[in-house]
Ligand binder design. Sequence first.
Ligand SMILES: [Zn+2]
Ligand SMILES: [Zn+2]
Length: 302
Amino acid sequence: MCILHQHKYLARPPGHVPGGYGHRPVTCSVITTNNTKLKPTQLTIHQRLQDPPTLVISTSPPVFNDPSLQSTWVHRAWIAAGCATVLVSLAKAIVGAAASHNLLEPMLTGYIGYILADLASGVYHWGIDNYGDESTPIFGSQIEAFQGHHRWPWIITRRQFANNVHALARAVTFFVLPIDLAYNDPVLHGFVGMCSGCIMFSQQFHAWAHSTKSKLPPLVVELQNVGLLVSRSQHAAHHRPPYNNNYCIVSGVWNQFLDQNRIFEALEMVIYFNLGVRPRSWCEPTSGWTEDVETQSQVTLQ
Ligand SMILES: [Zn+2]
Ligand SMILES: [Zn+2]
């Protein structure tokens, strides 16, 4: 099995913009899994379907106290709804487990839910970092926000809690509420409650991974240190070239496995050869990926 290891886009169309994509052949170096480098192979691959995603990101970051960073009552309402649905699920797990004198199975499925929430966060983050644009239905605003996050990662630490988490709280509400209403199985709710709760708060864990140690509660620092929450150092690697690793943002427990086995690279190849769409991470670092240096005026506003 061969894995495309390097991606060089030799020919670009007139008017190419960084981060944009062309309709020209690409040249790739192919490396086998035993690291034997083959003769560079000229792969003439023309895009068959559509332009891969390009994003138009605002050229300046939100300013301090920007309304776009503030929580609104609508954001808070979605947080309340998301927390309520997760708490109902967890309550059904605990009450059902106590009634049936079977604590072990709900605890086990809860642990599995916590582990799989990290994997789900990585798959979702990889997807919106690499595909679609701001006009993509449903996910457009998330895609734009995550690309803006790569440009100005420190902004997430200034975003108010409900503003940062409400989109996932809304998704969790729509997904978990029907399960709350339809089922009482404590084993199922052990999984659903833990998994959906971790997914809902993953953006807060992400924000903590961008904070300095001195600004975090000691408990959060300890949870990061023991690996129960994604660590600051692990997530920092996601914001450094080649911008194609460490996507998981709950505990980060899946990152090493996914990156060492090049799982996302394999998925990108499958998508490329089947749909002709390149992920954004194949681009040479562009202004869409690289971090803008924080200006002195932004630093003094902290
Ligand atoms: Zn990212
Ligand atoms: Zn980040």
